[in-house]
Design a protein around this ligand. Sequence first.
Ligand SMILES: Cc1cc2nc3c(=O)[nH]c(=O)nc-3n(C[C@H](O)[C@H](O)[C@H](O)COP(=O)(O)OP(=O)(O)OC[C@H]3O[C@@H](n4cnc5c(N)ncnc54)[C@H](O)[C@@H]3O)c2cc1C
Length: 496
Amino acid sequence: MGSELDKSVENILGGSPVDFLLRFIDIDSFGYDGLKTVLREYEKWFFERGQFYSDSVDRHGTPWLKMFDETGKRVDEIQYPSEYWELLYEGYRRGIIDMVFRYDSVIPFYLMLYVVTFFDAGLGCPYTVSLSTALPISKYGDSALKDEIIPKMRICGPDVWQGATWMTEIKGGSDLGYAVETEAYEVGDGRWILNGDKYFSSNVGAQVAVVAARPKNSQRNVKGLALFVIKKFKGDGSLNYFVRRLKNKIGTRSVPTGEVEFRNTEAYLLGKKEWGIYEILDVLNSSRLSNIFGSVAVIQRALNLAYKFASQRFAFGRYVFEHPLMLKQFRKRVSELFKCFNMAWDAVKIYNEVFKEVPPFSDRFLLFRILSHISKYYTAEVAIQTSKWAMEVWGGLGILEEFPVERLFRESIILSIWEGTPHRQMLDGLETIAKKSSHKLLFDFLKEKFRGDEFKIKKLKEVEDYTERFLDLPDNKKEEDIEDLFVKIADLWSYL
Ligand SMILES: Cc1cc2nc3c(=O)[nH]c(=O)nc-3n(C[C@H](O)[C@H](O)[C@H](O)COP(=O)(O)OP(=O)(O)OC[C@H]3O[C@@H](n4cnc5c(N)ncnc54)[C@H](O)[C@@H]3O)c2cc1C
């Protein structure tokens, strides 16, 4: 089967996320003792048990919120089928958060996340927001906060403290400077009190969260925001935040998303008040990277499912996979997978160099930012399109709930919205290009990779010239046309 496709490509279509990673990455060279075995065993666990738990959680639908106990005390417990907790704790048990601190590197996290997302895109969220809570606390928190929280977040078992990142309120998630109304006032000893409501709060029920709020009397714009840490329980054991309700979602049911109320919630300021927006954007960096690397896993999974069906479905005298039109589409989509992987892996490696930086950030950090905006936009788009195409390959069966491709499609469409919509990625990217010339850092980075290959250097030069012409356009026109520039830059990764 598939004689016209390169044998190694067929392996990818065969469906092992770890084989795929190892094809490109020499994990041993990083010196993470035993990580390869951890990845292999985690994948095996998913094949043998995890994927069945995951399907059961998806079918079960929205978890249930128990608001009161039998004495009438407010408890706000999220109730899932028991498989959920096994599925969830397996990642912590295998050290998905702990490894970041043990190895002083985010690379093991993203490799594990790739495996998770291949099997369950929603399950990637609790791990991602836990990382995006642990990193800012370890960077911006004072030593008392770090000493209390980080060891609990590193626990490899059911007692682990999970994190969450809650910024979005009912007025909108894109323009936080306008929409965030949660107010904070200082009560002394580094303690603050928050009052307000968050509308989209994933991993609700988490033991600790980082939260955007507006210190009293601060500016009514993005500069008036600050980043706070809150814990689930107050010092006296009562709830520190309330869950108003859970969301019914089309996909990502392996993470509960709810609405949260802060009512005299005890909080701690992270870092400096004036760094607020930089810290909030920094929280988004690690989550956005999960979205990017996870999107690649979704693309691989979609190709795997498409191949599984097309290589056994017979029509017009041959297997569907063998028809020239279908084969050409597979080839094109496999090359998109490689392109997205190359881009995403570059983003992971650069982030690994800068993830401990605090403001003012270096040029390397700026390089990560522009690459992350372009690759978040691009990989999410390809992931959604590829899972839609995989449905088409399955024909009518692709629409039926009993087959996996239907679920993959439901899971994939969140990828373009989580961690900032495509418009936000493009406009934030444009700002760094127009105001900070971030494109020059990106082009220098690629020049180094293309060194010695005249054809690739020529292609790069064409995009550089296009960018200079683009930057001469009036501001409105730049906004209108930024998508074309993003696609042209992303295409450069097809030459790697
Ligand atoms: C399942 C799920 C889980 C989530 N979990 C969390 C969470 O844990 N924490 C959290 O903080 N948030 C969370 N979110 C919220 C998510 O981050 C927001 O949905 C997202 O940032 C977009 O915000 P919005 O939905 O309010 O859309 P809006 O900001 O209202 O945007 C509406 C539309 O306008 C577009 N738009 C906005 N500005 C411009 C512009 N200048 N030019 C062109 N178009 C523009 C947007 O791109 C979008 O298409 C979650 C969302 C979902 C669906």
